[in-house]
Design a protein around this ligand. Structure first.
Ligand code: XMP
Length: 514
C-alpha cells in the first residue's frame, strides 16, 4: 500500500486526544492516535511526518508518570508537545518542571513570539485555553521561550534545530482562538506535509485494509438504518461484497416508512452488494410490550428482544468470523491508554450479544467524529437524506409514546412525526436544529370536531438545539410553521385532537420523553 503522510498523536491520557487528530485531519493530513507505550521501533516503522504528544492528568516528575524514550527526540521527526506533552519534553531533555505558583484554567491571554514558525500569522496577544497546575520553570538547553502569560513564563518553547515545539495551552480546543492556525503551521511549515489526505483517502484506505484483514471470512453487521451503522455497512460491502450479511431488525418502532427506506437502499434492489436480511418483528415486539407502562421496563424489553431476534438470525447464518459495529469516537469509552482498547459487543448502543460466534469485532469508524462519518457516508454515495438523519434512539418510538405501546399509538406518532418533519423541512426551519420530533402523550382531552365531541390524544412536538446531546435548549420554530403542523395533525391523524409544544430544556427534561 502506498505510504500516506501520517501525523502520529501519542496519547498520554488527556481528554482531547481525538480532537487533536480531528484538527489535523481538518488540515487534510492523515492522523492517528496511538498509546504512548508505542516503541521507538514501531514509531520508525510508521514513519510519521510529525508527532504530537497529548496532554494528560499526571505530573511528569512523579514516579508513575507516563514517559517516552529520549531517543524519540533524536529521530529528526518534528514533535509538538501539548500541555503534559510540553512538560514531558522539558523534563526528558533536562529542563525543569515544577508545580506552578499559580495554576491557569480556562481562557487566558498569551503573548506569543510571532517570529516562530509555529505562530506564523497568529496575533501577538491571543486567547488560549489553559488547564495546568505544573509549569516549565527552566527550558532545556537549545530551547527558546516563544510565548508567556502574566502567570506563566513559559507558555511555549522551541528548539528549531531539532524541530521540537511545545505549548502549555491546548491548540486543539475551539476556545484557543487561533489554535487551528498553530496546528496548521506545525503540520505544513514544520512537518512539511503536502496535505493530500481527504475523506476519500480514508474511505479508500479503509476498504483496502478491511479487505486484507478479512480475506475470505464472513462478516455480520447489525444495521439500524442510522448513519453510523449504514456507513460501516457500506464500507464493508465495498471491501468484501457478499461475504457481508446485514441484519436489519424492524421492531415496529421506526419512523414512518423508515423500514422500507432502509430496505430500498440496502436490500435486493438497493445499490450495494451484500446479503440483506430484514426481520419484520413488529408483532413480536408489540406482544412483549403489551400492558407495560414503566419506561425502564419498556427499554429493557425492547433491548432484550432486539438481541434475541438478532441472535436467532446470526445462528441461521452459521459461523461468522467478524462482527461489524458502527461505533464512532464519542461512543468509545476507553482511551486505549497503554493498551489497545477492549471493546466488547455489549458496550455498543443496542447491546449485541456476547455469544455470537465471531473472532473479532470490527469498528471501522471508531476514530471518527459524527460529522466526519457523514462526510465518509457522502463519499461512499449513501443518499444524503440517510447521511444527514437526525439521531434516533435504539428503542425508537417506544420512548416517544408515553405509557403502553400499541400498534395504533405507533401509527399515530408515525403520522404526526412525518407531518412535523415535512413542514419544518419545507420551511427550512430544520437548519441548525439538533433534534426534532413528535411524541404521543398519554393524555386524552376533550375537543370538538364538526359539531361533535371528541376525546382524543394530545401530540407533543419537540425541537432542541444542542451541541452534545448532554444538555439542550428548546429551539424556536416559527409560529406559522407550528400552526400549520398543528392543523395538519388534527385534520389528518385520526385519534389526535390537540397539539402541544414542549418548551423545556435539558435539564430538567430529557430530549426523549422516556
Ligand atoms: P435523552 O433523552 O437522554 O437523549 O436526553 C439524548 C440523546 O440520546 C438519544 N437516545 C438514545 N440513543 N439508544 C440510542 O441509541 C437509546 O436508548 C437512547 N435514548 C436516548 C436521544 O435521541 C438523544 O439524541
Amino acid at each position: 500500500m502506498e505510504q500516506k503522510e501520517l501525523i502520529l498523536v501519542l496519547d498520554f491520557g488527556g481528554q482531547y486526544n481525538q480532537l487533536i487528530a480531528r484538527r489535523v485531519r481538518e488540515c487534510n493530513v492523515y492522523c492517528e492516535v496511538k498509546p504512548y507505550t508505542l516503541s521507538v521501533e514501531e514509531i520508525k516503522k510508521l514513519n510519521p511526518k510529525g508527532i504530537i504528544f497529548t496532554g494528560g492528568p499526571s505530573s511528569v516528575y512523579t514516579n508513575d508518570a507516563p514517559r517516552c524514550s529520549k531517543e524519540l527526540f533524536e529521530l529528526g521527526i518534528p514533535i509538538l508537545g501539548i500541555c503534559y506533552g510540553c512538560h514531558l519534553m522539558a523534563y526528558i531533555l533536562e529542563g525543569s518542571v515544577v508545580t506552578a505558583p499559580i495554576s491557569e484554567y480556562g481562557h487566558t491571554e498569551v503573548q506569543i513570539d510571532s517570529s516562530s514558525a509555529l505562530f506564523s500569522g497568529v496575533s501577538e496577544k491571543t486567547v488560549c485555553w489553559m488547564s495546568h497546575t505544573d509549569y516549565i520553570e527552566k527550558v532545556p538547553e537549545h530551547f527558546k521561550v516563544i510565548a508567556k502569560t502574566n502567570a506563566c513564563p513559559t507558555s511555549a518553547m522551541e528548539d528549531t534545530e531539532h524541530k521540537l515545539y511545545a505549548v502549555q495551552f491546548h491548540p486543539e480546543v475551539l476556545h484557543t482562538v487561533e489554535g487551528s492556525k498553530m496546528l496548521y503551521n506545525f503540520v505544513y511549515t514544520i512537518c512539511q506535509c503536502s496535505g493530500t489526505w481527504k475523506m476519500d483517502s480514508f474511505v479508500e484506505t479503509t476498504i483496502q485494509e478491511l479487505r486484507e484483514k478479512i480475506g475470505t471470512g464472513k462478516v455480520l453487521c447489525a444495521l439500524s438504518g442510522g448513519v453510523d451503522s449504514s456507513v460501516a455497512a457500506v464500507l464493508l460491502s465495498k471491501a468484501v461484497g457478499n461475504q457481508l450479511t446485514c441484519v436489519f431488525v424492524d421492531h415496529g418502532l421506526l419512523r414512518k416508512n423508515e423500514g422500507d427506506e432502509v430496505e430500498a437502499v440496502f436490500g435486493l434492489n438497493g445499490s450495494y452488494e451484500l446479503n440483506f436480511i430484514r426481520i419484520n418483528a413488529q408483532e413480536r415486539f408489540y406482544n412483549k410490550l403489551q400492558g407495560v407502562e414503566d419506561p425502564e421496563k419498556k427499554r429493557k424489553i425492547i433491548g432484550e428482544e432486539f438481541i434475541r431476534v438478532f441472535e436467532e438470525e446470526a445462528k441461521k447464518i452459521g459461523t461468522v468470523d467478524y462482527l461489524v459495529q458502527g461505533t464512532i469516537y464519542p461512543d468509545v469509552i476507553e482511551s486505549g491508554l497503554g493498551k489497545s482498547a477492549v471493546i466488547k459487543s455489549h458496550h455498543n448502543v443496542g447491546g449485541l450479544p456476547d455469544y455470537v460466534d465471531f473472532k473479532e469485532i470490527i469498528e471501522p469508524l471508531r476514530l471518527l467524529f459524527k460529522d466526519e462519518v457523514r462526510k465518509a457516508g457522502l463519499e461512499l454515495g449513501i443518499p444524503s437524506h440517510l447521511v444527514y438523519r437526525q439521531p434516533f434512539p435504539g428503542p425508537g418510538l417506544g420512548v416517544r409514546i408515553i405509557g403502553e405501546v400499541t400498534a395504533q399509538k405507533v401509527h399515530i406518532v408515525q403520522e404526526a412525526d412525518a407531518i412535523y418533519r415535512e413542514e419544518v423541512e419545507k420551511a427550512g426551519a430544520d437548519r441548525g436544529l439538533g433534534q426534532y420530533f413528535a411524541a404521543l402523550t398519554n393524555m386524552r382531552s376533550v375537543g370538538v370536531m364538526g359539531d361533535g365531541r371528541t376525546y382524543d390524544y394530545a401530540i407533543a412536538l419537540r425541537a432542541v438545539n444542542t451541541s452534545d446531546f448532554m444538555t439542550a435548549e428548546a429551539a424556536q420554530i416559527p409560529w406559522e410553521v407550528l400552526n400549520k403542523v398543528a392543523n395538519r395533525i388534527v385534520n389528518e391523524v385520526k385519534g389526535v385532537n390537540r397539539v402541544l409544544f414542549d418548551c423545556t430544556g435539558k435539564p430538567p427534561a430529557t430530549i426523549e420523553f422516556e
